[in-house]
Design a protein around this ligand. Structure first.
Ligand code: SF4
Length: 192
């Protein structure tokens, strides 16, 4: 148990880079979290309500964060092409450029120098901890589409060539290959 406690104490100290008082490069920690999320979220999760759920805040606070990021020119909102009542949020070119100043870059750089096997073990260990705490607290975390219980994969082989098509059984919609590694707040993992 001592090793587990030590590990969590370290995670707690790493979290100080994510959560801070005041602003860094003009944004508060939650605004950074929102901008980061929108740059990695799939089309079903780039909405005000999904953003509120990911950041762990009320719709009112999420609206304030969205307004601030919009005012600074880092995100834009558009009416959804499929549902005119819904709003879709997107990171602008300026927002993408600004993300190079993300305070978590120092963590990304520290992890990037590790060999691939260690990076995979590190990621999978964090996933294991999140999956277990989800099960204990009856909640679900946001994760990539590739691991979701609702992702369907159809393989067809013709002329010796195999093609793979993805679709979401929850939204009843096709998923492009480039989308399977994006974040979704409706993600649900396979329970053992
Ligand atoms: S398969 Fe899961 S993660 Fe992917 S879009 Fe559907 S609900 Fe979201």
């Amino acid at each position: 148990m001592i090793l587990a406690r030590e590990a969590i104490e370290l995670v707690g100290q790493i979290a100080r880079i994510l959560w801070f008082e005041g602003t860094k490069h003009g944004l508060r920690d939650r605004e950074w979290m929102a901008l980061r999320f929108l740059s990695r979220a799939n089309r079903f999760s780039r909405t005000p309500s999904a953003l509120a759920s990911y950041v762990g805040t009320t719709r009112g606070t999420a609206s304030f964060i969205i307004g601030e990021l919009e005012r600074l020119g880092y995100i834009e909102r558009k009416r959804s092409a499929t549902d005119k009542r819904s709003v879709m949020l997107s990171v602008t070119h300026q927002g993408k450029k600004f993300l190079v100043r993300d305070p978590i870059s120092v963590l990304l750089e520290a992890i990037a120098v590790l060999d691939d096997e260690t990076k995979i073990q590190f990621r999978d260990t964090l996933r294991h901890v999140l999956d277990q705490s989800d099960a204990a607290e009856q909640r679900h975390h946001t994760d990539v589409c590739r691991r979701c219980i609702f992702l369907r994969e159809d393989r067809t082989t013709a002329d010796g060539k195999t093609t793979v098509e993805f679709s979401c059984r929850l939204f009843r919609a096709p998923i492009a290959e480039a989308e399977v590694d994006l974040l979704c707040t409706n993600f649900e993992h396979h329970r053992q």
